[in-house]
Structure formats: structure tokens, C-alpha cells
Design a protein around this ligand. Structure first.
Ligand code: RB5
Length: 147
């Protein structure tokens, strides 16, 4: 898969570890920044990454900030993005199966790298269940179209 990454300074260290992990899994990665631990504003990186995923240039996106909350708020404002903030593996599996989430958000100051890798692996490898969940996602898309 082609996977887009982004972070702010609070997520930079974890993002860097996850990029190596995801590349080792055989995926193609692009990093929308930031590129150091210097203080930045997470919307400057989350919006461009989410828009590229929404345009279909990347199949999935992974966003990391200190808590994961700021980047998830930004990503979910982009039409077509369903961003899930996850701190455990079960949520990562279920958000793929039920929400067909296309962006994963995590908090670099909240979870450790091994937990984040397990979440990422589960999220990347779990398919969407479809069925009744299609109708629910359809309602989200209809809302986006109407507003
Ligand atoms: C940056 O200090 C911090 O506010 C940011 O990484 C994130 O946690 C915001 O939601």
C-alpha cells in the first residue's frame, strides 16, 4: 500500500519509528512532515496529508501528535476522511472492520512504540467488514455532501 504519514513535534519520534516499521512491512511511505522536533503547528501537516489521502494519492494515512487528538480533529474535517484515534489494538481492528477508517491517529506522548507498532500492524492488515456498516458510512458521506 501507499501510506502517507504526518506528525507535529510531539509525534515526530514515534512517527519516525513507525515509518521504519511500515517500510519493513513492505509498504511505500511518504512523509508530509514535520521533519524535526522543533515546535510546529499540527494543522500545517495534518491537513495536507489528509487531503492527499482524500484525493486517492495514498490508500491510507497515519498521523501522530502528542495526544493524537489535534491531528485527528484536523483529519476528520477533510471530506472523505474517516480518522480513528487509537490507543489499543482492539480499537484499531474494529475501526477498520466497522468504520473503514482511512487515517489512523496516535499520541506519541500517550502510547509507547511497541503498542503503536501493534496498533499499526492490526490497522493495516484488517479489512472492512462491509454489510450493515456500508449503510452507516454511506450516511456519513451523505452528510458530507449535504453540508
Ligand atoms: C503540542 O504541544 C501538542 O499540543 C500536540 O502535539 C497535540 O497533542 C495536540 O493535540
Amino acid at each position: 500500500m501507499k501510506i502517507a504519514f504526518c506528525s507535529d513535534h510531539g509525534g515526530f519520534e514515534l512517527k519516525t519509528k513507525l515509518i521504519g516499521f511500515v517500510e519493513e512491512m513492505g509498504h511505500e511511505v511518504y512523509d508530509f512532515g514535520c521533519y524535526s522536533e522543533a515546535s510546529v503547528d499540527y494543522p500545517d501537516f495534518a491537513f495536507p496529508m489528509a487531503e492527499a489521502v482524500a484525493r486517492g494519492e495514498y490508500e491510507r494515512g497515519i498521523a501522530v501528535c502528542g495526544t493524537g487528538i489535534g491531528v485527528s480533529i484536523c483529519c476528520n474535517k477533510v471530506k472523505g476522511i474517516r480518522c480513528a484515534l487509537c490507543g489499543d489494538v482492539l480499537s484499531a481492528e474494529l475501526t477498520r472492520r466497522h468504520n473503514d477508517s482511512n487515517v489512523l491517529a496516535m499520541g506519541g506522548r500517550i502510547i509507547g512504540p511497541e503498542t503503536a507498532k501493534a496498533i499499526t500492524k492490526a490497522w493495516l492488515s484488517t479489512p472492512f467488514d462491509g454489510g450493515r456498516h456500508e449503510d452507516r458510512i454511506g450516511k456519513i458521506s451523505a452528510y458530507e455532501e449535504a453540508h
